[in-house]
Design a protein around this ligand. Sequence first.
Ligand code: AMP
Ligand code: ZN
Length: 478
Amino acid sequence: MQEVTFHNTLSRKAEPIVPTKGNVVGMYCCGPTVYAQAHIGNFRTFLNQDVMRRVLQTAGYKVIHVRNLTDVDDKTIARSIEEGRPLIEFTEHWTEVFHKDCDRFNMLAPQIEPKATAHIQEQIKMIEDLIERGHAYASEDGSVYFSVSSFDGYGKLSRIKDRELLTDATPNDEDKGAVDADEYSRDSAADFVMWKSRKPTDGDVYWESPWGEGRPGWHLECSAMAMKYLANNLDIHSGGVDLTFPHHENEIAQSECSCGHQKQFFKYWIHAAHLLVDNAKMSKSLNNFFTVDDIEAKGYAPVVLRYALTSGHYRQTINFNADSLVAAQSALVKLRKFSDEILTAAGLKRSAVFKEINKGKHLHDDWGQFADAWQKLSHDMNIPGALGGIFTAMKSKPGAEAVVPFHKLIFALGYDLDQVVIGKSKVEAPKEIKAIAQKRWEAKQAKDWGAADALRDELAAAGWKALDGKDGFVLEKV
Ligand code: AMP
Ligand code: ZN
């Protein structure tokens, strides 16, 4: 195994990853709330987590990747009721959309993707343990709260104690600080809800519990599911920086108190900085977001967006703009051309090389001229530094010997180079042009070369050119 370091929010230091057990790294990522299509800000975090996993695998670790699906919370319930659809049917639809987007980005699927609604009993059990150990209490209306003052360690992740900690709150007392909402951003900590008694606004979404009908609060699901699936591999836990407080702080409190402090709830906490638009966080509530569909409609393949979203350091905010897509497209063309050249020199196919790398066949191969790029990538995932190292190594015009180290880095970065269109960046073609191009493609498939050529000329006269691939074509403005 090669050394991999990450900045740990818990210690505020870069630390080498030392798994609890052998070479297996447990990695829990807080997943999407499935009530709409994830925006590209969400994907900045998910893509950085994908690179995190790929870097660990490239270094020789086996990664157990768990990413949950939040399929019951204030937002999912409110939206499904608005649309008049049963909660499960509603969240399954958005889960499918999420999975399709992940595939378009060439993300590795987690081995375990647990849903909150499928783990209600585990969550109830955790609350029971917490009540028994004196860390939680039920209120008169049948909600259950975590008692922040019962846990000395509260605030160790977000250092919230250095700011303000309200411990004299009573349930439902917003002024004093007890909170019932799933999300809150106040600069103070308060007893927070773990079980929410059934309200009229919940419609028919509720479960039976020892405290009456209700549903879990959002923070609880990750504690219960991480403890279930990674009990012996509590290594890395990660999410966007907004999750540090209160979500992750609350997860630590619930999990460590429920087991009588026998286990540390994750050793390494890794947080990704936000994607901004005009210097504000991209978010659904601000309505300043884009989806991968929006960017594709502008003519950029998901790999271009992947590059743009991950080429800044994960701990620094980036402002999203069109220039970053143009720069990403041009960088990817260089990477794709270089890949084509060295593969031709070696007489190899890209897919075969990636297959071998994925199987771990080249784990111990030398990094050669790409050593500096790997050094950067494996130390606090410095992607901009690694890209700099790759482009510098490419300048010395290496040949076939570069195939393995170069493609190991491309694997770790997750770029699907086959998606890269060589040529000018794509501009969305009008409908009529697409129709002509489609006819030409069909004529070509039917080996009707005369018709295909005539249609090609028609496209050219209108200022367009079709570039053929294996399974279809892309249109380029000439
Ligand atoms: P959600 O679906 O709201 O639970 O968020 C899923 C993930 O996206 C979480 O890890 C958030 O921290 C992260 N996230 C939300 N907005 C942004 C943003 N603008 N930039 C980066 N990550 C974000
Ligand atoms: Zn979580």
